[in-house]
Design a protein around this ligand. Structure first.
Ligand SMILES: C[S@@+](CC[C@H](N)C(=O)[O-])C[C@H]1O[C@@H](n2cnc3c(N)ncnc32)[C@H](O)[C@@H]1O
Length: 231
């Protein structure tokens, strides 16, 4: 009898919701391999690679793959980002729970991600602004972005594809991507971002960079308006 399936938390659930049904999935930085195991056991995908750069998370992934009886469908692989993954093995690539700067490096090291049929599901723990700027520069478009709350933290998850004609957005794009304040979680994310920009603007004003401070203040005010919209 296979072990009863665990429940994913809100953060990984949101990532899972952005993985296309029946896709070839690679979960980079898989750690316990919860995401690929869950997707396979739910019948949403038929196979996946659970990749990690470190041996001890990979061992934990292997143990869980056995525990949940998905040895035929999920394989654990030692890989720095996508280095040990062939382009034809991956159509949807998840990079979750990692810093934005690391995600930038890993995407940059795999130029084959620039194909329209690939999807990236990204959940940066830090530097989301830098990641969105990088994606826009490199011709990746955010198709969908949603925020979620788990254990008192707010996370944003984006589904991304290579589409240079649609990449990037307006002034607010680096800060909030496709979030629009239509859910409580999205407003919480935007509000947090607004507070950060307000403090940064104050710091700039104090250090004599009044033009930059005014520009940031304007963005702060737009973000505040999004948070205050009636829903
Ligand atoms: C905090 S865990 C995130 C686990 C899971 N993805 C999640 O979101 O819950 C980060 C994992 O990324 C792995 N990692 C860090 N750098 C990596 C790289 N360059 N390539 C692949 N995995 C990496 C770490 O070993 C660790 O297991």
């Amino acid at each position: 009898m296979p072990h009863p399936l665990f429940t994913l938390g809100n953060r990984l659930s949101l990532c899972a919701s952005m993985v296309r049904e029946g896709t070839k999935l690679v979960d980079i930085g898989t750690d316990h391999a919860y995401l690929p195991i869950w997707l396979v056991r739910k019948g949403r995908i038929s196979n996946a690679i659970a990749a990690d750069v470190k041996l001890s998370p990979l061992r934990s992934a292997e143990r869980n793959i056995r525990r949940y009886h998905v040895e035929e469908q999920v394989s654990a692989r030692l890989s720095d980002g996508l280095d040990a993954v062939f382009p034809n093995e991956a159509d949807d690539i998840v990079m979750a729970g990692m810093g934005g700067e690391l995600i930038i490096r890993l995407i940059g090291a795999a130029p084959w991600l620039k194909q329209e049929h690939k999807r990236l599901i990204l959940q940066p723990m830090t530097s989301a602004e830098e990641l969105r700027r990088f994606l826009a520069r490199e011709g990746f478009s955010i198709l969908r972005e949603e925020a979620t709350e788990e254990d008192g933290h707010i996370y944003s998850v984006m589904q991304v594809m290579y589409a240079p004609a649609q990449a990037g957005g307006g002034e607010l794009y680096p800060y909030i991507g496709k979030l629009d304040g239509s859910t409580a979680e999205s407003r919480a994310y935007i509000s947090k971002c607004a507070v950060r920009l307000f403090k940064k603007a104050q710091g700039m004003r104090i250090s004599g960079h009044s033009e930059e401070a005014t520009a940031l203040q304007a963005i702060y005010e737009c973000l505040q308006q999004l948070c205050e919209r009636d829903n």
